[in-house]
Write a protein that binds this ligand. Structure first.
Ligand SMILES: [Ca+2]
Ligand SMILES: [Ca+2]
Length: 320
């Protein structure tokens, strides 16, 4: 991962014209308070972070921070997407503009005890264009490979949901989706095979992470990704509680937790429909196939017996 590729900025953003009215109301309310409360309470009631007389904006190239001490007369600047208002600033209007994500996640199927097999790669079955352009994902991103990275296991689809809590991280809270490369050590990187995963969307609450795979059950992070040294981190491998829900991750050996294998039709449920529609049709075939749960490039009994049968009844707990 290239930890120097940090592009993270902070803005204080006024999102709605209604905020102007609200701001005026707040200010009038504060004036009423000033007039009506005893002088001795004045400094306790009025925070200097709200009432003030000057402002400034700093930037070091990676981080931009603006502040004001409050102005009766304000100026508003807009670029069409965001509006910056001089004057009163409220912390809950702060946005994180883009994150670099250091993500660790394992798939049950190709897991071999300490890392993941790369048979799809060595057999030349991994497509150069991201494979999530069909239902149920219908993701139209243009992510593609110039060449398949040496340690690539498969493609994954990573979604950032902007929410206060995991339970509130519904599909409507998704702010950005990207197809990415899963490497055999569980790390997830850009299609160049080495750069840390980069998202550019504004995040106003907290960045929750969803991981989708073609034939494993998707997961949502139980907590937001946390920032450390300019990189946002999330590790799905350390405990089942790292995924939102109850036992949404499976212990797959060596103290590692991973995504359940066996959802050939990617409807979020592992059941006999996966066998009837896919395994029965693809058994004996080789290639990049839905019912190849262990990702070895063949559909065989092992796929059905070791994964689809063992995991029957499991379902994705990503809020929908
Ligand atoms: Ca299914
Ligand atoms: Ca297989």
């Amino acid at each position: 991962m290239n930890r120097s590729d940090i592009s993270r900025k902070f803005y204080f953003v006024n999102l709605s014209p209604n905020f102007e009215n609200m701001k005026k109301s707040i200010f009038i309310g504060i004036l009423v308070l000033i007039i009506n409360i005893p002088v001795i309470l004045f400094s306790q009631q009025i925070s200097p972070s709200v009432i003030s007389s000057a402002g400034e904006e700093y930037s070091n190239g990676n981080i931009s921070l603006s502040w004001t001490l409050g102005e009766l007369a304000t100026e508003t600047l807009s670029n069409g997407n965001n509006t910056l208002t001089q004057g009163f600033q409220q912390p809950f209007y702060m946005a994180i503009v883009g994150i670099d994500l250091d993500l660790l996640v394992y798939l049950e199927g190709p897991f071999n005890g300490n890392s993941m097999n790369t048979a799809l790669n060595s057999k030349g079955f991994i497509p150069l264009l991201q494979p999530f352009n069909t239902a149920p994902w219908d993701y139209s991103g243009s992510e593609s490979l110039v060449s398949v990275p040496a340690n690539m296991v498969d493609w994954v689809l990573i979604e950032i949901r902007d929410a206060e809590t995991a339970a509130e991280a519904l599909p409507s809270s998704a702010v950005e989706i990207r197809a990415a490369i899963l490497l055999n050590d569980g790390s997830v990187v850009e299609p160049d095979g080495s750069s840390s995963l980069q998202f550019s969307a504004n995040i106003y609450h907290h960045p929750f992470v969803v991981v989708w795979h073609r034939n494993h059950l998707g997961v949502l992070s139980a907590t937001p990704a946390t920032e450390s040294g300019g990189i946002y981190l999330y590790d799905f491998s350390t405990a089942s509680t790292q995924a939102y829900g109850t036992d949404a991750l499976k212990i797959i050996g060596g103290g590692i937790y991973g995504l359940y294998a066996g959802d050939a039709n990617a409807d979020g449920i592992i059941n006999n429909t996966d066998n009837i529609i896919y395994w029965d049709q693809q058994s004996g075939n080789t290639g990049y196939l839905e019912a190849d749960y262990n990702l070895d490039g063949e559909v065989q009994n092992q796929d059905k017996n070791d994964y689809a049968h063992d995991n029957a009844g499991e379902n994705s707990q990503v809020p929908d």
